[in-house]
Each structure stands twice: as structure tokens, then as C-alpha cells.
Design a protein around this ligand. Structure first.
Ligand SMILES: Nc1ncnc2c1ncn2[C@@H]1O[C@H](COP(=O)(O)OP(=O)(O)O)[C@@H](O)[C@H]1O
Ligand SMILES: [Mg+2]
Length: 314
């Protein structure tokens, strides 16, 4: 295995998760949460951590503040064997944080973006990028420092000889200001979920949404939760079913784990159906434990769980 396979460029934050809360918060009052957890958050970090756990040599490029949360983020990534030398500490800013308030099956999130907005084109390690095989960028809309340069970033990653993938994620402003006609020609795999694709293309059905965007794209992979996933390449559609999960816990990070599994097989040059199957399998595995990374401890445990829960192999 080469030292450098995957570089993930994206946002970094901690998640402060409050569970078992005695009612909804109301302005001017105080309520008690009976359980609290501070964990590594951010969809890009979950994707990188799980890719590393699957045995892909993975580096992360992002920005944290010079503070305790920033140190925690970096050390959690290191624990997962993600290389952190391209993470910048910005002393002028605070690390990003998401406060997650869980109520039964539903959640209310509040995010402070902080240092994640300071990631810019210039902080990507262009000098050494050609040593990697694959470039993945996630969570486009909340990273204000890279938004205007997104096409330039993917064009340059292609010029450096890498294969590329993009997961936009949801737009918290619901404006969907992403020039897909300009950018997607430089993206080998475009990886939205179904709701994101409909919102981006302003279409009502998956069918018309695909028609709207397929001319600009190389491979589109649409994640559809319990319905599995579909890939579109050269107008050909390949549909795959989700794995049945008998021990569902939550689906936080399922799309990010799908991305890790898909890209693992893509880097190995597996056929598209095999990439989709691995994405579905890792997405389903994600839903067997709380949060985005708990099911992905290391290669052996992933292997064991995939065998016992899904009677399958990665
Ligand atoms: N309840 C589930 N059971 C089995 N597989 C699931 C389940 N939820 C998600 N997955 C798998 O994870 C993938 C990504 O999940 P999805 O919810 O579509 O993405 P996102 O997290 O980006 O919204 C799905 O395409 C599917 O393969
Ligand atoms: Mg997602």
C-alpha cells in the first residue's frame, strides 16, 4: 500500500451531543440533559476516519482553532490513523462546534462554524498532491473560504493526476448556489443524497433531477437511505438495494460511511456495481452503532461485524 492514497479536504468540528433532555429548550428557562458526549464531528472527518479504519492510507486537510477542541479533533483523527500534517491551526479563530440536542428520533442542531470557514484554496497541499491517488471534498456549502474556488480546486486536483469525488451535503441557507455545469466535469464521482439532488436541481422527481444534471457529470451516485443507491454513468443507471439491518441504532454519518466504502473500491479500480455494494454495506454498518464512527474501529472489527450482521464481506 502506498503511503498516500486518499486526501480528504473539508470542515472540522466537535459534536457536543446532549441526550435524554427533559423537554424542549425555551427562551428564558433552563432544562436538564441527563447524558452528554463530546465527539469528533463533521461529515468530512467521519468519512476520513472510516476510510482509514477500512485500511485506506488517508490524510486530512482542514483548519481548527488553536484551542482545546482543535487539539481534541486532531488527536481523535490520529487515533483513527488519519494523517494530520495538513491540518492548520489558526490562532485567530476558534474551532467549529455543533451542539446536537437529541429528542427521541429527532434532533435540533446549532453549529458555530469558526475556523472551518478559514479553509481556502491556498491551504490545500498542491506541491505534494500528485503523490495521492484520490481527492475527496465534502460539505461545500458551509465552507465559505472554498466556495468561490470550487471549480478551480477540482480542476487543479485533476491536473495533479488524481481521481476526484464531491459530496456537497445540505445547504443550511437552502439557496443551492453551486455551479454544477462548471465544476462537475472535473469531478469523477458526484455523491449527493436524494433530497440534496432534488434541491440542487430544483426538480420534483429523481428521474428528472438525474436528466437535469447527467450531461455535466461523469459518475453520479445518489444515496437513498433504506432504498439503497443508484449510479449514473454515460446515461446508464445502475440500482442497488440497501443491506437489511436488523440492529438499527441511528443513521448519523451513513452517507459519509457510504462514501468511504465506495471510494475504497473505486481506488482499487473495482467495477461500479462493486463500488455501490461496498458503499451500501458501509452505510448499513454505520447504522448499527451510535453516531458516525463507532462501528468502524479497525479492519478486523469491520470484517467481523460485516460477517456476523450482514453475512457479507467488504
Ligand atoms: N436504515 C438503513 N438500512 C440499511 N442501509 C442504510 C440505512 N440508512 C442508510 N443506509 C445506507 O447508507 C447509505 C447512505 O445513507 P443516506 O441516509 O442515504 O445518506 P446521507 O447520510 O448522506 O443522508 C444509503 O445509500 C444506504 O446504502
Ligand atoms: Mg450526506
Amino acid at each position: 500500500m502506498s503511503y498516500k492514497e486518499l486526501i480528504v479536504v473539508g470542515e472540522l468540528n466537535v459534536d457536543l451531543i446532549l441526550n435524554n433532555i427533559e423537554g424542549f429548550p425555551k427562551i428564558g428557562t433552563e432544562i436538564i440533559a441527563n447524558n452528554m458526549n463530546l465527539t469528533l464531528g463533521s461529515s468530512s472527518a467521519i468519512m476520513a476516519a472510516n476510510a482509514a479504519a477500512m485500511g485506506i492510507s488517508t490524510s486530512f486537510c482542514g483548519v481548527v482553532g488553536n484551542d482545546n477542541y482543535g487539539d481534541f479533533i486532531t488527536s481523535e483523527l490520529k487515533k483513527k490513523n488519519v494523517h494530520t500534517e495538513f491540518i492548520t491551526k489558526n490562532s485567530a479563530l476558534q474551532s467549529g462546534i455543533t451542539i446536537v440536542m437529541n429528542y427521541d428520533q429527532d434532533r435540533a442542531n446549532v453549529t458555530y462554524c469558526g475556523a472551518m470557514e478559514a479553509l481556502t484554496f491556498d491551504l490545500i497541499p498542491w506541491d505534494t498532491l500528485s503523490e495521492f491517488k484520490h481527492f475527496h471534498l465534502s460539505n461545500f456549502f458551509i465552507q465559505k473560504g472554498i466556495r468561490k474556488d470550487i471549480t478551480k480546486i477540482f480542476k487543479k486536483a485533476k491536473e495533479c493526476g488524481l481521481t476526484t469525488s464531491l459530496d456537497l451535503q445540505w445547504d443550511p441557507e437552502n439557496k443551492w448556489d453551486f455551479n454544477f455545469e462548471a465544476c462537475l466535469p472535473y469531478v469523477d464521482i458526484f455523491m449527493p443524497n436524494e433530497q440534496e439532488l432534488l434541491a440542487l436541481t430544483k426538480q420534483e422527481t429523481l428521474d428528472t433531477a438525474i436528466q437535469h444534471i447527467e450531461k455535466s457529470a461523469n459518475i453520479i451516485v445518489v444515496k437513498m437511505g433504506e432504498k439503497g443507491s443508484i449510479a449514473i454513468q454515460n446515461k446508464k443507471r445502475t440500482t442497488t438495494e440497501a443491506f437489511h439491518n436488523p440492529t438499527y441504532v441511528d443513521s448519523i454519518g451513513a452517507g459519509d460511511s457510504f462514501n468511504s466504502g465506495f471510494i475504497k473500491k473505486f481506488i482499487e479500480k473495482a467495477p461500479l456495481t462493486e463500488c455501490l455494494r461496498a458503499g451500501n454495506l458501509m452505510g448499513a454498518l454505520n447504522t448499527t452503532a451510535a453516531g458516525g464512527t463507532a462501528a468502524f474501529v479497525n479492519q478486523n472489527i469491520i470484517k467481523e461485524k460485516v460477517k456476523t450482521i450482514f453475512n457479507s464481506e467488504l
